[in-house]
Structure formats: C-alpha cells, structure tokens
Design a protein around this ligand. Structure first.
Ligand code: SF4
Length: 333
C-alpha cells in the first residue's frame, strides 16, 4: 500500500433522503476518509447504519447531498456522461445478492464479457472467449461454465461469476457491497480468501462493506465503523481489534464468536439494548447515547466529532480518554 498516493478522497460527504414534507433520513452525515493505492478499507455497522449508501455515493451510484468525493483528484459527482463511462472502467462493484445481480437470461460468457464489449477491450470473438475463460479460472470456476446459465450455480459460484464480471474490465478500484452476507457460512471464507488473493495479485484498492467485524479483519488494512450515518471510529485493523475506543466498536467486537468453547462460555459480552434509533430527523448529541452504557450529560447535548487520538486512529466519543486508560489497565494487568 502506498500511503503517498490517495485514490479516493471523501470529504464531509452527506446523503440525505427526503421521505416526507418534514422528514429527512440522514443516511450519511458528514463522513470523511481517504483510501490509498492498494489499500482495502472495511466499513462495518448494523443494518441501516448507512454503510451501503456511503459506499454507493462514494462511487457515484447515488448523487450526493453535500460534500465531495474525489477519485484520483476528479470530483466523481461532476463527471459528464463520457467521464462516468470512463469511471466504470476503473471502478467496479461486487453486489450483496448474487441471485438478483446477474441476468438470468444471459449465459455466463455474456455476463462476464458485457463490460469488455462496452469498453471495447477485446478485438475478436476468440480473444473474448479466451479472456472470459481466463477470468473464470482466476475466480475458481471451470472455463466450461461459460456456456451455462446462472440458475445452474450455487450461491458461492454465482458470487464468483459476479467477481469475474467486475474484474473483466481490469478495474483499479472495487466496491464490495456486503459480498458475503447472502452466502452460506461455509462458503463465506472461500469468497473472502479469493478476494484477498485477487486484490494482492492485481494491486486493487477497495472498500469492503460488511455488517460484522469477523470477516472484515482478514481482508482490510483499515476499518471504519459506522453508526446511524456517522463514522464513529476509523483505525488500522490490528489497532482497532486490539484497542477499540468507541463503546459501539467494543460491543461489535464482543459479539464475534471465539472458536474455543471454554473461552466462549466464560467471556464477557456487551449486550446492546434495543435497536438503533430511527435515522429520521436525528437530534444534536451523540447518536449512540440511547444505547451507550457510558453516556453522560454532555453526550446528549453535544455531537462528538471524529478526531485523531493517536497515529492512524480516529474516534468520535467525548470519553475516549477514559477508554484509552481502561484499555491500558487491561494490558498492564
Ligand atoms: Fe457513549 Fe458519550 Fe461516547 Fe457517545 S460520546 S459513545 S454516548 S460515551
């Protein structure tokens, strides 16, 4: 990863949805981060926290409400039609649901080749056939699968077809939007391993969106935690897992099962009470305060800002210093 070379710069991004005369859902509310060349940023959070909307707004699938997204210095929300078409050659998506994201009327060959045709990347039918077969091999499928329809495949195989389709235009950047959530647990690790290998081989930069922290650990260089439209913590993966500073991150981490029955039975779990509050017309103050066991008066009246608290570690919590001391005491014990 080259930290000198920013690929995607997200600055104070907002995406609001008007759902009534006086009702606004602030799905993404003032989110900022930078992704560097060759880096994978994991974005995690519960359903409805805004992670998918954030990812999609970052690659121009949704218009923004405010803020700026620069891809290699260019504002992606100001591109004309030709610029947008060019962007899809460099930026591709892998979708959550491999059942609905692939056209059931097309053979696998045509699904994978579609992007190459749009961007005129192959010269002849034979070149196209070879390119599709190479891609199918790279994602762990048999080249003969090219002549079949998607209904003939399992969920894991369909997601591999989706990955081959995304890679067909040789992109630089991948938005992986919950690519394993719809898959059986038994094949989730296979798909994550495949993505890790492909990212290394091709030097891809990516955003990997997921709703839990367990798989994200293996694929991400840094992880951002979202809650109700805000980024509440952002740190390098090892740092986040070993030294979480936001109470919400801590609760998410404590929910990850440990594959050792003795430890699993005795360890403390942080139970989050209730659902996340409604994202409609959110008020001033920390959005997590209705579920936070540390909440104090200041949390209800003042919104904590995401700030750098140590190298490459940002958190939005008024009481982060207390948490830092607590983590240190645990390490010293
Ligand atoms: Fe909890 Fe307050 Fe920190 Fe919000 S600002 S996470 S309510 S301690």
């Amino acid at each position: 990863m080259n930290r000198q070379n920013p690929i995607l710069e997200v600055k104070h991004l907002k995406k609001y949805f008007q759902i009534g005369p006086k009702k606004v859902v602030k799905a993404v509310d003032d989110v900022s981060f930078t992704i560097y060349e060759g880096e994978t940023l994991g974005i995690v959070g519960e359903s409805g926290c805004g992670k998918t909307t954030c990812g999609r707004t970052c690659v121009g699938v949704y218009d923004k409400t405010d803020g700026q997204v620069l891809y290699k210095g260019k504002d992606i929300h100001k591109l004309n039609a030709a610029g947008r078409k060019e962007l899809t050659k460099h930026v591709q998506m892998i979708f959550q649901d491999p059942y609905s994201s692939l056209d059931p009327r097309l053979k696998v060959h045509d699904i994978v080749a579609e992007g190459m045709r749009i961007h005129k990347l192959t010269m002849s039918k034979e070149q196209e056939r070879q390119a599709v077969q190479d891609l199918l091999r790279q994602v762990g499928l048999n080249p003969e699968h090219a002549s079949r329809y998607v209904h003939e495949f399992s969920g894991g195989q369909r997601q591999r077809i989706g990955i081959a389709r995304a890679l067909a235009v040789n992109p630089e950047f991948l938005l992986c939007d919950e690519p394993i959530s719809a898959l059986d647990v038994s094949v989730q690790a296979q798909v994550v391993n495949l993505l890790v290998e492909l990212q290394k081989e091709r030097g891809l930069t990516s955003i990997f969106i997921a709703h839990d922290l367990s798989m994200v650990k293996y694929i991400s260089d840094r992880v951002g935690v979202m809650y109700l439209g805000n980024m509440v913590e952002l740190a390098e993966t090892e740092e986040l897992y070993s030294n979480p500073l936001h109470p919400y991150t801590e609760a998410l981490l404590s929910a990850i099962p440990i594959p050792n029955p003795d430890i699993e039975e005795t360890r403390d779990r942080i139970q989050l009470d209730g659902e996340a509050p409604s994202p409609v017309n959110v008020k001033e103050g920390c959005r997590f305060c209705t579920r936070c066991r540390f909440a104090e008066d200041i949390c209800k009246s003042k919104t904590p800002q995401l700030q750098v608290v140590r190298e490459n570690h940002l958190v939005a919590c008024h009481l982060y210093e207390q948490k830092m001391d607590e983590n240190q005491e645990k390490k010293d014990a």
